[in-house]
Design a protein around this ligand. Structure first.
Ligand code: ADP
Ligand code: DP6
Ligand code: CO
Length: 320
């Protein structure tokens, strides 16, 4: 009745932005991501008869604010197993929480895997990704390593992740932590408000699917530059939908823009690197893993006292 799992965060190259069904967490569009080695979550779940409410510890501190979300998530497994035990959940994020670095992805993928094992449900990876999805959309993709597609599907069973490439061809990311504080507006609230109020949103679902189609071809051809240009454009288009919301949603900070300018400067010098940014000010740079340290060194000239992390592709979720 007790299990522990580790799941790695993932950064979308083609973004998921918007739900068609909030209860089932079905997305408006399919998305594609790179799982990262440097950022992960470890979660332990223990079902027991000795308590009558779940308890949730995040980074060693009891977190009552997140508890109802966690309990609702565990209920999916309790219903499937026809069991009533409550659980003690202990999770550690080796990734800044709620800062646009996908803690909800590694967090719910790890929770799904540990709960799957501890409850004895033992579903396979594909089905596990549908469970992870119910906790956080991006968590669907963190079940697998390398480059992963979340196929939007049409219902609970058909909206799952598939690994499409192991990313072992000199691919990595440089992550610049410009601000590790928790964001004021969660991804969930941000996408909801964008759908409701942004006149630019209506173009997003179809346009992002075109980007997805193109990037999958680029990946198949191992055309890194093409992959990078599509990645950068897709992120900016997602942010454009948010800028059009009412009230406008803007996750950019001055330092985020500075990183983007340095990326363009490096590209002008012939170094293939491309930025992407999520619901938070931290910028991730898609690059050749072998050039990661060199890119970091250039960034250090302007970001001396900041954390800059070079990372390769990460593995799928595992029981530890
Ligand atoms: P992020 O950019 O980090 O993914 P989100 O706004 O998507 O930020 O999600 C942050 C939320 O994810 C947190 O408020 C919390 O509810 C949930 N979360 C983060 N880490 C964990 C974890 N280890 N286990 C369970 N839930 C987590
Ligand atoms: C911008 O998966 O964090 O990072 O499903 O509501 O938990 P919920 O949101 P979440 O949204 C991620 C949005 C994004 C893009 C992406 O990761 O695809
Ligand atoms: Co998230």
């Amino acid at each position: 009745m007790k299990a522990k799992a580790r799941a790695h965060a993932n950064i979308a190259l083609i973004k998921y932005w918007g739900k068609s069904d909030e209860n089932l967490s079905l997305p408006m569009n399919s998305s594609l991501s790179l799982t990262l080695d440097a950022f992960y979550t470890e979660t332990e779940v223990e079902f027991t008869n000795s308590i009558n409410e779940d308890v949730f510890f995040l980074n060693g501190v009891e977190d009552k604010n997140t508890l109802s979300k966690i309990s609702k998530f565990l209920d999916l497994f309790r219903i499937a197993r026809n069991m009533n035990e409550r659980a003690i959940i202990k999770t550690i994020n080796y990734v800044p929480t709620a800062a646009g670095l996908a803690s909800s992805a590694s967090g719910f993928a790890a929770l799904a895997a540990a709960t799957n094992k501890a409850s004895g449900l033992d579903v396979n990876s594909r089905e596990l990704s549908t469970f992870a999805r119910r906790g956080s959309g991006s968590a669907t993709r963190s079940i697998y390593g390398g480059i992963v597609e979340w196929q939007k599907g049409i219902n609970d069973k058909t909206s799952f992740a598939v690994e499409i490439d192991d990313a072992s061809w000199d691919i990595g990311m440089v992550v610049v932590i410009v601000n590790r504080e928790e964001k004021k507006m969660s991804s969930r609230e941000g996408m909801k408000s964008t759908i409701l109020t942004s006149p630019f949103y209506k173009n997003w679902p179809e346009d992002s699917q075109k980007d997805l189609k193109e990037i999958k071809i680029a990946i198949k051809e191992k055309d890194f530059e093409k992959m990078g240009y599509i990645t950068e454009r897709n992120a900016l288009k997602m942010h454009a939908t948010m800028l059009g919301a009412n009230p406008p949603i803007m996750y950019f900070e001055p330092k985020s823009i500075l990183v983007m300018q340095i990326v363009h400067e490096l590209r002008d010098k012939g170094i293939p690197c491309f930025f992407t940014m999520d619901a938070g000010p931290n910028v991730k740079i898609l690059c050749r893993l072998s050039q990661g340290e060199m890119i970091k060194n250039r960034l250090m000239e302007d970001f001396k006292e900041y954390e800059i992390i070079v990372t390769g592709p990460g593995p799928g979720v595992e029981i530890i």
